[in-house]
Design a binder for this molecule. Sequence first.
Ligand code: GKE
Length: 336
Amino acid sequence: MIKNKKILVVGAGGFIGGHLVKRLLNDENFIIATDIKPKEYWFQDFEKTKNYYSMDMKEIDNCRKVTKNVDYVFNMACNMGGMGFIENNKAECMQSVLINTNLLIASKENKIKRYFFSSSACAYNKNKQQDVFIKGLKEKDAYPADPEDGYGWEKLFSERMCRHFMEDYGIEIRIARYHNIYGPFGTYDGGREKAPAALCRKIINAKKNNEDKIDVWGDGKQTRSFLYIDDCIEGTIRLFESDYSEPVNIGSDEQVSINQMIDIIENISKVKKLKRDYQLDKPKGVRGRSSNNDLVKEVLNWSYEIKLKDGLKKTFDWMSNEISKRGSNINRFTKS
Ligand code: GKE
């Protein structure tokens, strides 16, 4: 277990970063937390996070300041979102390369022992994701390189930057390729939301407003796998504690179509079956994507545990509570 260490979490005000801070605090570590958002907009807030900084980590002097005298660094920060965001903000997403590059330079200067980089399934070759219900993507499927435009290229390039800092300067690196992480305290409105939260929101609002239809991006046949946040955090910690330094999937192999996911959410909400207005002009991303978990099982002796229907139930209930308290378009969640 990672315990009694001084750990910098960059992107601590975000979804996965916030859950990671909570776990590392529970495991009795001392956390320095940074995020570009002002503190009042951080997704989760912990009374023990006294050392938190609202700062832009694309600036190397900020990276140098907060990597002083820490043991470990987790880079969970990037400008990102679901397809609605990354398809329309490619230059913005690419600039996240400045965060990872400057953080690595500062980590080398301050002799950081171990460095975690949050990569993404968007790093995978698009040509291997042209059909529905594809075979799970293996780590080698990132090459030959043809990742998601913008965001995917930044993730793949930054993976390689990490590797060369390890080869040339001896920093131990750990790299997870996350596959569509979802759960409470994730974005669910405003344009950066991913499909699980977006569809939960649409069904919650349809039920609340007595509407009989929802908008669905694409034809609903496209397939994905989705990993619940608790499994994401457990896999991240196990990877960091391991001695494995190549990219590895942290994802689910429970591949479903978007239509099947909507069926699950309708059952959870107990709403009558809604009409689905398929919007073919909306951002769709790849046709099919899922995680192959052979390598993660081999190197970590671990795989995810929470099934999609159970993770969606927790997410749906949390969102229903949030929306009833704060309305659907919010910047700040109820205090955790
Ligand atoms: N966001 C969203 N909102 N997606 C919808 C909606 C909706 O209301 N209705 C249907 N979809 C469909 C999208 O068209 C897409 O085909 C699928 O759900 C998943 O969309 P997504 O969750 O926004 O993002 P993707 O899985 O395509 O890509 C995401 O992958 C992650 C890693 O697995 C990326 O946007 C990143 O968030 C990340 O790299």
